[in-house]
Design a binder for this molecule. Sequence first.
Ligand code: NAD
Length: 463
Amino acid sequence: MTAQQAYQQQQTYFKAHPNPSLAHRKGRLKALRAALLEREEALKNALWEDFRKPRYEVELTEFLTTLIELDHTLRHLARWMKPQRKPTPLVLMGTRTDVQCFPKGPSLIIAPWNYAVVLTLGPIIHATAAGCPFVVKPSEHTPRAADLLKELIESVYPPEEGAVVLGGPDVGASLLDEPFAHVHFTGSPTVGRTIMEGAAKHLASVTLELGGKSPTYIDRSADLVDAAKGVCFGKFSNGGQTCIAPDYLLVHRDVSDAFATELKREIERAYVPGTGDADLTAIVTPSHFERQQALLEDAASHGATILIGGSANADTRRVAATVLLDPPESTRVMQEEIFGPILPFLVVDGVDDALERIDRRPKPLSTYVYTNDDAVVERFSAAVRTGAVCKNTTMLQFVQPFGPFGGEGNSGIGRSHGEAGFRAFSNEQVVLRRQWGSWILRLVQPPYRPRTSSIGRLFRKFT
Ligand code: NAD
């Protein structure tokens, strides 16, 4: 099916079914849940074949995350769909206002490869909850998972409600030619710009879930063993190919040596040398692998020291969990989102120094702070415009469905997850009913007289 056919079929269907019932939406979500669970083994196998993602990691980072979102939506959807009565200011005496969410219309979802399941199904859950038909394009870089997702989605949705189109950037670009009502994109900031340009042609609303460099500050008050565990999990899960992974460390000078020791110990405990790194996900494609190698070579040639790791195997496309000490600002690892298991370790003089370094870069998707001092967390929250500030943990903000989840500027536009995801695909419509007091409005209608203005001024007092 071409992009045009998929869109037109959905638009015709949507005109006939502009506001699917709660029962219909929940029915689709329950069917999606069952279809997902039926394919658990198959998806684990597909992701292993696509990029050697460990099965336990698939359970945690793909299935658990998707099920949290699905069950939360099933539990709360009735409330989200209900009209919300709003208070009436005095000047609107005699009226009643409700706000109700209606589906925006056929929507486009473009997904990345790094969490192929949850980042494809997550927006589908929100589109379905909001009552929007959707066309989804999974990423071309995890082809086995994409094939399975297509089969899964088509087993739940008829094409007029949910269609899957496979392919790469060309197919994505052709989808943007169609006048979808909303575009939900997850991917890089560079492609995000192209998506926004495409959506602008039709004045479609956008949710852009992008990436960037998420900083992690290790304060001198931090529990260093705990911090090493949190950083190791957040950074090296999925081979570091996570939008909210700690991208670089800012470590207080007083604890830098002790923290480096703990981090090394934790990495060696988690990714036992000699076991073939079976728990470390491979880099997704040969070209992504070459990029990681190039980042390492560039950092080494500019004088960065390898503190931990540094090896890479082109046959398995695995890059060892690697920590680089003080790469200069001009290196690629400090200029680009790393999106792999390489972690710059910068020594800083405290909170001011850390905040100043964060401020030099575009707004990050997440900001992690390891400290036992809440005042330090407050300083980061107040100073950094970011999607989430997390104290003494990494990644958990993704599974807080009361969220919202999203970035700011370079790290994204709009919010998703839970109610925010539902609202992104919804048109929040005001229904204002005038019920009594029709004489009030007549007082300020033509023909205008001097008293019109005094009544207007009186109204101002009661806004
Ligand atoms: P990408 O931007 O290369 O591709 C994402 C999707 O866009 C793919 O389906 C791709 O085929 C499609 N695409 C590429 N060019 C296109 C074009 N010109 N027109 C239309 N579609 C096009 O991203 P990726 O490599 O798949 O994922 C990595 C990036 O995604 C990282 O920057 C990461 O931080 C970000 N990311 C963000 C989140 C989040 O929730 N904020 C989650 C995961 C990944």
